[in-house]
Design a protein. Structure first.
Length: 558
């Protein structure tokens, strides 16, 4: 009981906690430690009155004051960093250069602070980036990291090799498997270790690589990647695959990892077959997994009908349900049920309808709402619409003369076609051109309901007048952005004015919901913003309408 009281008093000195802490022999990781912001396992202390106030035993028993070689002038005093994070005068941790909500040792005389976790790092470690043990040098000194090339001030050092790196760089893997490449990438310390000429560009972010320092490399394919790009969770295989490559796991390889980028599987059953003039058999009637009725091959279709799979304008020959307003391109009935994509680490499954409550989803590539087919990862709630799923990592587009490479990074690029910022773009190695998924999937031709001629996607300024407007909304256009153009009428227009606000939504479809007795039809928002009959607020984005009851429901009230 006395030991508990001592710990209570020590903690009160720097965090002003008023209640007693009780010892717990075996905590199961249900709580986060107030001292280090890590899950609490094993022996711990917790407050009997404050639900969130838990500590590892080691964090609760930290000394209130200590001497350290990193700051030998004055003793360092333990305090709680959290309340000071918003203070602009408060200095960052001298080791990690970050603010974190955890216990910190500091010297108020020198404005010197260091996190407890940073100051308690082991003096000697074994890292996968080097063959020898690395020793921590507890002295503030400027150095250039031999791995990443960036400056630092507290190195890990191998004396025999004169090898000096950041603490953060000790955590890189010797090998890593990224989704964009078939072979593992191996940590290479400089271009001098590579016999052939190395590409100067990272093939994950399409930015220049300084090959005088470390990078990940596949010698079979001359594939180069930045350290951080290859280790980014969005680009690499999952952790089990990483361990397998590094020789730390004997677990069998997941069968899904053997999938090709596009895996064929049966999506329809042929009900009737005819032989064409060229002797090729043609399926004239099929049963597709996405629809309850049979679909028949047709040669004529009304204007402005959309495919229920890819949401693009339907063109004959196509498959149609005689009972419903349901159409599918021939290419959409042949989409594989499962596929891998470079934007996601798990296999994706083709679903004919959105699995979410509102019956539509946001595509994780183009960030547009869609109610067509989705390639979905249930585990991660990740979705790709059909058009985005079909674009290859190496993309050619008529709007640019050079090849474009898929770039997925932590920072955003401005799309050269529309000016919108996106972290997932197709980037040109030769120049600074970038193209986001939304613009990469724009249809080459489109029709507008009040114009007799088709419009063609245009990439260059149509005249040198210096005045550029959209002839539909009559607002000014950016001459550097792509637009749709009717050459017969010299009629330019914004893509959104031609295609509509919701390009990937097929309005008019009916869905059943628990909130209403009858099926509801999705219709586009109106200018007068019809009121929702449940909450009374204007229906925005989409309206869910019941014709028999003459009511409208907004997406929030479904």
């Amino acid at each position: 009981m006395f030991s508990i009281h001592v710990i209570e008093m020590e903690i009160q000195r720097f965090c002003q906690h008023e209640h007693r802490l009780v010892f717990n022999e075996d905590e199961r990781g249900r709580f986060i430690c107030w001292g280090c912001n890590e899950p609490v396992f094993g022996p711990s202390y917790n407050c009997i009155k404050c639900f969130a106030y838990h500590h590892h035993k080691s964090c609760a028993e930290l000394p209130h004051e200590l001497q350290h070689s990193l700051h030998p002038k004055h003793p360092l005093i333990l305090f709680d960093e959290g309340p000071y994070i918003c203070n602009k005068e408060y200095s960052k941790c001298e080791v990690c250069k970050e603010f974190r909500w955890e216990y910190t040792y500091g010297c108020s005389h020198c404005n010197f602070n260091v996190h407890n976790k940073c100051i308690s790092s082991p003096l000697t470690i074994k890292s996968k980036v080097h063959n020898h043990h690395l020793t921590r040098i507890w002295k503030l000194m400027k150095f250039t990291c031999d791995l990443c090339g960036e400056e630092g001030n507290l190195p890990y050092l191998c004396v025999p090799c004169n090898f000096c790196i950041h603490k953060s760089c000790t955590s890189y893997w010797s090998s890593v498997k990224v989704m964009r490449h078939i072979h593992p990438l191996h940590l290479t310390h400089s271009s001098r270790q590579v016999h052939q000429i190395v590409s100067q560009f990272c093939q994950l972010c399409v930015q220049k690589v300084d090959t005088e320092y470390a990078f990940y490399y596949c010698s079979s394919c001359d594939f180069v990647a930045h350290l951080d790009c290859a280790m980014d969770k969005r680009n690499r295989e999952d952790i089990n695959m990483l361990k397998l490559i590094d020789g730390e796991s004997n677990e069998p390889k997941n069968e899904d990892s053997e999938l090709d980028r596009s895996v064929d599987s049966t999506t329809y059953i042929v009900k009737n077959m005819n032989v064409g003039e060229d002797g090729i058999q043609i399926a004239t009637e099929i049963k597709h997994f996405s629809h309850e009725h049979d679909l028949k091959l047709i040669d004529e279709v009304e204007n402005n009908k959309k495919c229920n799979g890819c949401l693009r304008t339907i063109l004959p020959p196509c498959y149609n349900c005689v009972e419903c307003n349901f159409f599918l391109h021939k290419s959409c009935i042949e989409l594989p049920r499962k596929k891998l994509h470079s934007l996601h680490c798990h296999p994706l499954t083709l679903l004919p309808k959105s699995p979410y409550r509102a019956k539509w989803f946001f595509c994780n590539a183009c960030d547009q709402p869609c109610n067509g087919f989705t390639y979905n990862c249930k585990k991660c709630t990740f979705d790709l619409d059909v058009q985005c799923s079909l674009i290859l990592d190496i993309h050619t587009n008529k709007g640019h003369e050079h090849r474009l490479c898929l770039s997925s990074t932590n920072y955003s690029h401005s799309c050269s076609s529309c000016g919108v910022e996106s972290s997932q773009v197709f980037h040109c190695i030769t120049c600074e051109f970038a193209l986001d998924f939304k613009c990469a999937t724009l249809p080459m031709t489109a029709r507008y309901r009040q114009h007799e001629h088709p419009f063609t996607l245009s990439y260059v300024v149509e005249d040198d007048s210096g005045e550029y407007y959209c002839d539909i909304c009559e607002e000014e256009r950016d001459p550097n952005h792509w637009f749709y153009y009717c050459a017969d009428c010299s009629y330019p227009a914004h893509p959104k004015c031609i295609l509509g606000k919701y390009t990937n939504i097929k309005f008019g479809g009916t869905y059943t919901f628990d909130c209403h007795l009858h099926p509801l039809t999705i219709i586009e928002e109106t200018e007068d913003h019809l009121a929702c009959h449940k909450c009374g607020h204007p229906c925005e984005v989409f309206i869910y309408q019941c014709a028999p009851c003459n009511i409208n429901i907004c997406k929030f009230c479904l």
